[in-house]
Design a protein around this ligand. Structure first.
Ligand code: MN
Length: 314
């Protein structure tokens, strides 16, 4: 079985007033092309599907289009909510969508949702853990001793029994390996601080063949090759300028993960950070259709700096 691990689509996101919907549609089309060329069986969406709990209508239309395209290709979808999503709204029609192999876990109701798909080697279990806070887990497990976030996520995971040898976890949480924090990129707007208190130890995922994470916008492994953040598919912040974005292709074999490959994504417009005195920056502008973050180093304030920059970089 081959699946594509994606996360943090943030559909409907605006960056400094710029609507990125066309860029998002462009990157989703590229992802569909990757699904076709790699003949993937499933797409995993590890949370922050929308940028806001009440997304713009056009963002809902875009997700509808994407899911319909995947369904037409008979590609299964396994999705969880992130901290930006409304868990309840994401669950809309989830029961009906399951009939089309689109599995969405928006709300946590005491246990992760388990979906079993299969390939020629047998069953593959997908454990869908929506974004949870400690208080949410405590609500469903009043008897359990859950002093912190780490123990709450561990308890949530232990609420379901394994149903297959090959297991994939889909989650949207702040995960660390030992004392090594993940590399943030500025646009996560984390409600959870990094450190030993408000993060989850990757060791809890040791029993899974692969853990597909969302929340951190920079693609990276966490402690082991099979615990990964896919990263956001587009740059969403100054800190991500020039960062290469990717989708993660995972091949499962008879016993578990055979191969992991990061497939580069190429945006419709790059996001670049330029630094210098205003006159220098607009002297010979290149790639003028890119999204530009400009830092002016002039010793004095420049009149109409934004208008001058916009004339050079629309
Ligand atoms: Mn996010």
């Amino acid at each position: 079985m081959k699946f594509l691990h994606l996360a943090d689509l943030h559909l409907g996101k605006r960056v400094n007033g710029f609507d990125l919907l066309e860029d998002q549609r462009y990157i989703l089309e590229q992802i569909l092309a990757l699904c076709d060329s790699n003949k993937v069986d499933a797409v995993v969406l590890a949370g922050d599907i929308y940028d806001a709990p009440v997304p713009p209508a056009a963002a809902c239309t875009l997700l509808d289009w994407f899911l319909t395209q995947l369904s037409a290709r008979r590609i299964a979808v396994l999705a969880v909510s992130g901290n930006h999503d409304s868990a309840e709204r994401l669950d809309y029609a989830a029961g009906l969508l399951a009939n089309q192999n689109v599995y969405i876990a928006g709300q946590f109701r005491g246990a992760p949702r388990q979906i079993v798909l299969s390939d020629r080697f047998g069953p593959v279990e997908f454990t869908l853990l929506p974004f949870v806070r400690t208080a949410t887990v405590r609500h469903y497990m009043p008897e359990a001793d859950l002093p912190d976030y780490d123990s709450a996520v561990a308890a949530a995971l232990s609420a379901c029994a394994p149903s297959a040898e090959r297991r994939v976890l889909v989650a949207h949480q702040m995960v660390v390996a030992g004392l090594c924090p993940p590399q943030l990129s500025g646009s996560e707007t984390a409600p959870l601080t990094i450190g030993t208190v408000d993060s989850v130890d990757a060791a809890h995922f040791a029993k899974f063949s692969y853990t597909a994470l969302g929340h951190i916008h920079r693609a990276q492994r966490v402690g082991s090759d099979t615990v990964r953040y896919a990263g956001a598919p587009l740059c969403y912040h100054l800190d991500e300028c020039g960062m290469e974005k990717s989708a993660t292709l995972v091949r499962l074999g008879r016993r578990g993960v055979d191969d992991i490959e990061t497939l580069p994504l190429h945006p419709r417009r790059a996001m670049r950070h330029i630094v210098g005195p205003l006159a220098k920056l607009v002297e010979h502008p290149d790639d003028t259709s890119d999204y530009i973050w400009a830092t002016l180093t002039d010793p004095t304030p420049q009149p109409d700096a934004m208008a001058v920059l916009r004339a050079a970089y629309p």
